[in-house]
Structure formats: structure tokens, C-alpha cells
Design a protein around this ligand. Sequence first.
Ligand SMILES: Nc1ncnc2c1ncn2[C@@H]1O[C@H](COP(=O)(O)OP(=O)(O)OP(=O)(O)O)[C@@H](O)[C@H]1O
Length: 226
Amino acid sequence: MSSHYFSAHDICFKLPNGQRLFEHIEIKLRKGDRLVIQGASGVGKTTLLKCLAYLIPFEKGECKLGDETVGNNVPLWRTKVMYVPQTPVDHPGTPNDLFHKIQSFASQKNRTDHGNPVEIAQQWGISEDQFGETWSNLSGGEMQRCSLAIALALNPDVLLLDEPTSALDPDTIAKVEDTLKSRTCLWITHDPKQQQRVATGTLEMKKPNRYRDDDDDNDHTIDMQH
Ligand SMILES: Nc1ncnc2c1ncn2[C@@H]1O[C@H](COP(=O)(O)OP(=O)(O)OP(=O)(O)O)[C@@H](O)[C@H]1O
């Protein structure tokens, strides 16, 4: 039986009030796929990415990298399936500090495949000096590029990108999109043009049927274009 590079099966998330925010999410990615996640504000896109990184507990479902499940090593899973939050970030110190701190974590220590985040960010107009600047002195767009460069340098198998270019200008967006073309990722965007440029497939999230007025019975559809 052939296994996918990354898969998520029957992911369901319950809110504290007992209602499901989303249910029965199915995702299958091959290496290099970029699955864009779309849907109305509040439908659960960010929550889904956090579930896939095992950052928050979810009701049921399972994720796999090849045949490997999370097992009992959640920190290791998060190095492989990495969530990159929306900006602004709220870190102490500088981007350099953050990168070195993450590299010292037990789950990252034995990795020999880390890249250089400064070199990655330089392709997007960030200087070496800005990497040594306190986070709070950086603009939203600078924070966004530094965070993303750190995540790319850590070389996860799958990137979970939460509106990764929302604070950037069109020229810089084009550069970031170009860099991300070689990566396997799930990518939240509200921009249909970005979806057209980058997606190899799309997951359209909708509220579970019982909370909707329309009669569309496809809760979650994936349209893989290849
Ligand atoms: N643990 C929780 N307790 C209460 N409500 C929650 C919890 N987790 C998620 N929610 C709610 O679920 C909804 C979905 O939030 P989420 O941030 O995932 O949506 P989104 O689709 O990413 O929205 P946006 O496009 O605006 O960023 C929100 O109304 C949020 O408040």
C-alpha cells in the first residue's frame, strides 16, 4: 500500500461549548504539494493548522508523515510539521536569538540540515543587521519575513503557513512565493490570486452542515490539480 508524504485523517475539533468547529477533515499531500486552505473568517483555518502540529488537543483524527504517527514525541513531530504563526510575533530578544534558542532544543539538537535564516531572509530584502535587531523594533512585514526565514532554515518536512505574506508588498510577496515553491506546505490565504499562483490543491473549509443555511453537503473538499 503506498503511503502519502503527509496525511491527516478524520480530524475533528470540538469547541468548549460542545459544538464541532470542523469535522472529518481529510488531507493527503505528496512531497512538494502546496495545499491552500481557504474559508470565511472564523471557520477554523488557524485551529486546523494548530491541530496538525499537535499544538492543541483535538477531538479525534490522526496525522502521519509517511507511515509515522506522532507517537509519544510531540516536540519531535513539531520540528517536522512546523506551524508558522501569523504576525505580529511576541518574542523576547532578536530573530538571531530565537533561531539559536530553537536550535538548542532537544528535538532540534541532532539535526545537521539546518540552513542559514539570514541568507534566506536576505533574498526577501532583510539585512543581517535586522536579524540582530530586537523583535519589537521590527515592522510587521520584517517580523513576518524573519519568522518565516527561521522556520525555513529549520527545514521541517511540512510547513504550516498562517497567512505568511499578509504584511508584505507585492514585489516581496513574489520573492517569498518563489522561495516557497520548493517546499511542502499547507498555506492559509484570503487572497484568491495567491491561491491561483501557488496552490497545487485547495481545501475549502466550511461550517459543519447543521450550522449552515445553504444546502451544500460537501463540508470539506480538496481539489488537487495534479
Ligand atoms: N479553544 C477555543 N475556545 C473557544 N473558541 C475557540 C477555541 N478555539 C477556536 N475557537 C474559535 O473558533 C473559531 C475559529 O478560529 P480560527 O482562528 O481557527 O479561525 P480562522 O478561520 O483562522 O479565522 P481568520 O480567517 O479570521 O483568521 C473562532 O471563533 C475562535 O474563537
